[in-house]
Design a protein. Structure first.
Length: 341
């Protein structure tokens, strides 16, 4: 068999572990693994590299992706789609394993549905916002990085009687903010799933001061909804129509300082959350996903995405996985609010 593999969208801790699993499973079974470089762009342009076992030795612990990545949408223009279809025909692949998030797997779903491509999806995103799976790999690493940042900010906030605002990723979902905020003991967590007011946040800061806690840690997702604050968006969108969000942390910090009188500082983690070494959990999860994806390929079970259900790796319809983003349930958000202040 000739099996293609690609990584698309933002880089994510654990991608190399998944690639390694695919190669280590397929090559000893006599299959050829063809890696597409830079995601769907590699398929459009026919930019590939052959992957053998020696290529994936030592990459388990590495962040990023040895295949590189891009946010390329082959359905954006007719000519790009034609280029991709031509590449597929020329290479004569028997299957394609697409590793990505909502956008990358959305393309895979359309290719399966509209062009009968034999595709299998592997879910990766630090945002954990893909439906039909309990967790995506990359999320645990991002949460660990954000939690460590909270721990470090806590000591300097307490030493200087400051309010510290930590902005983390999360366009439409607040999974990173919620989990890191809970793990780090944040005093307030603002997420996209629930609208908060500045009065609520500032009242929390003042109440802590009245109890002798003259410092606070506020965690805010980049897409958080805070009444009166408008998240800044760039005018330029990527190929999937996403505009860059930013600024909510700085705007919140300014308002909190003006309203409470507490010196306020902001830290924006940005790409630090998804760079560097993956955690042990993400290495194992990505490996299990990679192996299960190969099993689906060998069983000719296409149009599927591998997923985590409890402690089991299962397969689900890829369309169901990308139908809509998975957001933080209100009961989990309410649980976090118990610890505010």
């Amino acid at each position: 068999m000739r099996i293609g593999v690609l990584t698309g969208g933002g880089d994510c801790p654990g991608l190399n572990a998944a690639i390694r699993a695919v190669v280590r499973y397929c090559v000893p079974r006599g299959s050829e693994v063809v890696g597409f470089l830079e995601g769907w762009r590699g398929v459009i342009e026919g930019n590939t590299r052959s992957l053998v076992v020696e290529d994936v030795r030592g990459i388990l612990r590495q962040g990023g992706t040895i295949l590189r990545t891009s946010r390329t949408n082959p359905f954006r223009l007719p000519e790009t789609l034609q280029g991709m279809l031509q590449t597929w025909k020329q290479l004569g692949l028997d299957a394609l394993i697409a590793i990505g998030g909502e956008d990358t797997l959305g393309v895979a779903a359309r290719l399966y549905r509209e062009h009968d491509w034999p595709v299998v999806g592997i879910p990766k995103t630090i945002d954990n916002d893909l439906n039909a799976t309990d967790f995506t790999f990359g999320f645990d690493t991002a949460v660990s990085v954000a939690t460590e940042a909270i721990d470090r900010l806590y000591t300097t906030a307490e030493s200087h009687n400051r309010v510290m605002v930590l902005e983390v990723m999360g366009r439409h979902s607040g999974w990173i903010a919620t989990y890191s905020g809970l793990a780090g003991g944040a005093d307030f967590i603002a997420i996209p799933e629930r609208e908060f007011t500045l009065d609520e946040i500032c009242a929390n800061v003042r109440a802590r001061a009245e109890r002798g806690r003259s410092f606070s840690i506020l965690v805010v997702a980049e897409g958080a909804r805070i009444k009166g604050l408008e998240t800044q968006r760039t005018s330029k969108a990527d190929e999937f129509g996403h505009t860059l969000l930013g600024g909510i942390g700085h705007m919140l910090a300014q308002c909190v300082e003006e309203r409470t009188g507490f010196e306020t500082r902001v830290t924006v983690l940005g790409h630090v959350q998804r760079g560097g070494t993956p955690t042990a959990y993400d290495r194992v999860l990505a490996t299990r996903y990679g192996i299960r994806a190969c099993e689906l390929v060998y069983g000719a079970e296409f149009g599927q995405m591998v997923a985590l259900s409890g402690n089991q790796i299962v397969s689900v319809d890829i369309d169901a996985a990308v139908a809509e983003p998975k957001t933080v349930p209100l009961d989990l958000a309410s649980l976090a609010e118990i610890f505010f202040g």
